[in-house]
Ligand binder design. Structure first.
Ligand code: KDG
Length: 308
């Protein structure tokens, strides 16, 4: 059995590590894949559900997940479509993504992907806005996955991860509003919420989420201002960790994966968020979404240094 099964699209990553130069470091990305690898590095038992191409990149991903201890029995290989790809460029406003993903193998997933029964054998199902934005059949797959999770008593975790290049804001708002209601853990970022609600006030944003019918735990991520844990009764502000970030790609995914991993190990919400904050901060110290993801000893060391 598993602690976490995630569902979404893995993307090969090409990261421009030297500004202005035509050199790209190959790595791996895709928000839900990043999250599940981060969770595995914190000791969680993880599995991934997706569809990759029958190409070199698909094979690299299968090798990566195996090396990270992520179960791949639910990964399908598509004979025709390719594995998606993205480029990361770094500028004064942080990182920017360019995608080559339309028609990718993952975008062709259908609810048949769920027949492996992995969701029923996991404590958390993790999905994101991106999992639902890549195609209508992927969106159907996420809805079917949530239905299976709820029927089986598997907790549903949803990261907003709004990507407005993948879907129009009206559709994103309607679908995220529907799915956030069904989530046991909703992880929106203030930036994403601001795009959907037009409002930049965290308290009013949390009110919007509650008024919209969310009943689970909500952790609203405020970037450099930390986060707020709202369990439906109280709202607890949590401080951010300041670090000199080299590349913040995947930091939110590291936060999600580490948070779930620590919940599975029995942490309180506050302890789990504190841990996930430290893990996410550490993940920004190197280039790439996956390579710099920390492991438990590093995170514990950082937490100890902070406490001392
Ligand atoms: O959170 C990081 C991801 O956004 C990145 O790995 C690429 O999945 C990706 C996407 O669709 O933006």
């Amino acid at each position: 059995d598993f602690d976490i099964v995630a569902l979404g699209e893995p993307l090969v990553e090409l990261n421009q590590t030297h500004k202005g130069q035509l050199q790209y470091l190959q790595g791996f990305g895709g928000d839900t894949s990043n999250a599940v690898i981060a969770a595995a590095r914190q000791g969680a038992r993880c599995a991934y559900l997706t569809r990759v191409g029958n190409d070199a990149f698909g094979a690299q991903f299968l090798d990566l997940w195996k090396a990270e201890g992520v179960d791949t029995s639910g990964v399908q290989v598509d004979g025709d479509a390719h594995t998606g790809l993205y480029f990361v460029q770094h500028g004064p406003d942080g990182h920017a993504f360019s995608y080559l993903r339309r028609g990718s193998a993952a975008s062709l997933m259908t609810p048949a992907l769920l027949e492996s029964g992995l969701i029923e054998r996991s404590r958390f199902l993790h999905v994101s806005g991106i999992s639902m934005a890549i195609s209508t059949s992927a969106c159907d797959t996420v809805f079917a996955a949530i239905e299976r999770a709820r029927a089986a008593g598997t907790q549903v975790s949803l990261d907003s991860n709004l990507r407005l290049r993948l879907w129009p804001v009206d559709r994103a708002r309607a679908i995220l509003r529907e799915t956030m209601r069904q989530a046991d853990l909703f992880l929106p970022s203030m930036d994403d919420m601001q795009h959907m609600t037009g409002n930049d006030d965290p308290e009013r944003t949390l009110d919007w989420i509650r008024d919209g019918g969310a009943t689970g735990v909500v952790v609203l991520k405020l970037g450099k201002d930390g986060s707020i844990i709202d369990d439906g009764k109280t709202r607890v502000p949590m401080a951010a960790l300041r670090v000199e970030a080299v590349d913040a790609t995947g930091a939110g995914d590291c936060f999600a994966g580490s948070l779930m991993a620590r919940r599975c190990q029995g942490d309180s919400w506050e302890d789990a968020v504190r841990y996930a904050n430290a893990a996410a901060a550490l993940s920004t110290l190197g280039y790439g979404a996956v390579d710099p993801l920390p492991r438990t000893p590093q995170v514990l060391e950082r937490l100890k240094a902070l406490a001392g």
